[in-house]
Design a protein around this ligand. Structure first.
Ligand code: HEC
Length: 117
C-alpha cells in the first residue's frame, strides 16, 4: 500500500497527454478477504445509497472508485486513512456523520474495503 501513490503519480506523468483518466481496476470481488467483504457489507448498507463504488460518477456524493489510488480526495484533501476516517465519523457538508452508527470493527473493515476500490 505504501508504494502505490508514487506508482500512480508515475502513471499520471506517463499519461499527461490523455489527462490521467485511466483508473487502476478495483480488486475483483471474489478476491476480497473476509475483512474486506465485511467492509463491503457496511458500504452497501450505509454508503451505497449516495456513493458508487465502481465508477467516479456522482450519485448524491462523488463516486469512490480508486479512492485511495489517487493522491487527492474529491475535496482536494490528501487521500489517506485519516481524512477518510474523519469524513465518515464527522460527515462533510451534505454528507451525514456516521460516528454514532459504526463501531470500530465496522469502520476498520470499511476502510479495508475502500482500499480495494
Ligand atoms: C446521504 C448521502 C451520503 C451518504 C449516506 C454517504 N455520503 Fe459520503 N459524501 C456525500 C456527499 C454529498 C459528499 C460530498 C461532500 C462535500 O465535499 O461537499 C460525500 C463525500 C464523501 C467522501 C469524499 C470526502 C472528500 O474529502 O472529498 C468520501 C471519502 C465519502 N463521502 C465516503 C463515504 C462513506 C465511506 C460512506 C458510508 C459510511 C458515505 N460517504 C456515506 C454523501 C453521502
Amino acid at each position: 500500500m505504501k508504494v502505490r501513490p508514487q506508482l500512480i503519480l508515475l502513471a499520471c506523468v506517463g499519461l499527461l497527454g490523455t489527462g490521467c483518466r485511466r483508473l487502476p481496476p478495483s480488486k475483483p470481488l471474489n478476491q476480497l478477504t473476509p475483512t474486506e467483504m465485511q467492509g463491503r457489507a457496511v458500504f452497501q448498507s450505509h454508503c451505497a445509497v449516495c456513493h458508487s463504488a465502481n465508477t467516479e460518477n456522482s450519485l448524491h456524493g462523488p463516486g469512490l472508485q480508486a479512492l485511495f489510488k489517487k493522491p487527492y480526495l474529491p475535496s482536494g484533501a490528501p487521500a489517506n486513512d485519516e481524512r477518510v476516517t474523519a469524513t465518515i465519523l464527522h460527515g462533510r457538508n451534505m454528507m451525514p456523520a456516521f460516528g454514532s452508527q459504526l463501531d470500530d470493527e465496522q469502520l476498520q473493515s470499511l476502510l479495508a474495503y475502500l482500499h480495494t476500490l
